[in-house]
Design a protein around this ligand. Structure first.
Ligand code: T6T
Length: 324
């Protein structure tokens, strides 16, 4: 490639070589297309991605849709491709509907890394979609199971659990929902499912749904708030109904509001993901792909941190709170 570089330099009107073919990926542009705007999880992810990009000497550009909607996310990806970014780090808004635009980008030589959510069945080694060079996320099924096992324990091992997650096309959330259902099943006959509602990552919807379900089901003893806005709305509804402590809440996600609600005893358990680390790892994987280094493993899990009233003031718990 030294020969190639000198040929390029000798020629006055050359366009810069794509980073994928250069000696180093330094100076490349990596695009982060996150899940939705204004979500502390993705703002924290973007911070981690920017810090990693600065370390690696690449440029990071970021954008995302205002709502979970593949029809809103696809044009953002197309625009990034049109502006010649070198690699894409994407939080797919839908496991199927986002395949086409990302596959097109990949065919044009742009490596694709997914973060938080996944494409196809999520297994890039031998699953239905294998073109992404890496997928970085929490182990969401395990997280949902862990959250609900602890929730059921806090409920005294009996009563009904109500599940709130974002939308059926947010893969991370549906895995948490399924993990929670598994915990309910394993808890035996004293524990049941009161229902599942989808909040569109909107805390007002989550709050209204919770108020409605509490009227229909006075025997609800626990709520699994499967993402930031679901837990936030559930906590608001429980406060309005004056049921703090009587109805336990487990929150998946750790924005400052969830920590405040843990401290004032509205929420009993917070599972913090590590969005900054997910963003940083995804950017590093995209960089390595541009440098043609092997990126492995193709799917990797970033561990979560469990925060309770007992450990909330420890350094580890404090460091896990989302910081945008
Ligand atoms: O829980 C995160 C993320 O993991 C999920 O995919 C969507 O919701 C959040 O962004 C939190 O609002």
């Amino acid at each position: 490639s030294a020969l190639l570089a000198s040929t390029v330099l000798a020629c006055s009107s050359v366009i810069a070589l794509p980073a994928a073919h250069a000696d180093s990926a330094k100076g490349a542009t990596i695009a982060l297309i996150y899940g939705i705007k204004g979500d502390p999880f993705y703002m924290t992810m973007e911070r981690g991605a920017r810090e990693e990009a600065a370390k690696l000497g690449v440029k990071l550009v970021a954008d995302g849709p205002s709502q979970w909607n593949p029809a809103l996310q696809s044009p953002i990806i197309d625009a990034m491709v049109a502006r010649n970014v070198d690699a894409l780090v994407v939080v797919p808004n839908d496991p199927q509907a986002m395949i086409a635009s990302l596959q097109t980008a990949n065919t044009r030589g742009i490596p694709v890394v997914t973060a938080d959510t996944t494409l196809g069945d999520g297994d890039y080694t031998k699953g239905s979609v294998t073109f992404p060079v890496a997928g970085i996320s929490s182990d969401n099924f395990a997280g949902g199971k862990l959250a609900c096992t602890a929730l059921i324990k806090a409920m005294g091992g009996k009563g009904k659990v109500y599940i709130l997650v974002s939308t059926p096309n947010v893969v991370s959330d549906t895995k948490r929902r399924d993990g929670c259902k598994e915990a309910i099943k394993e808890a035996g006959p004293g524990v049941g499912l009161a229902g599942v509602d989808y909040t569109q990552s909107n805390s007002a919807i989550a709050s209204n749904d919770t108020q409605a379900v509490l009227q229909r089901n006075p025997d609800i003893a626990g709520i699994f708030g499967g993402n930031t806005f679901s837990a936030e709305g559930a906590a608001a509804a429980i406060k309005t109904a004056n049921l703090q402590g009587a109805v336990k809440i487990a929150s998946f996600d750790a924005p400052q509001e969830a920590i405040n609600a843990l401290k004032d005893k509205t929420i009993d358990l917070v599972i913090a993901q590590q969005p900054a680390l997910i963003g940083a790892t995804a950017v590093k994987d995209a960089f390595d792909a541009l440098e043609s280094k092997t990126v492995s493993p193709k799917n990797s899990f970033v561990p979560f941190v469990t925060i309770t009233r007992e450990n909330v003031d420890t350094q580890a718990a404090q460091a896990a709170i989302y910081r945008t």
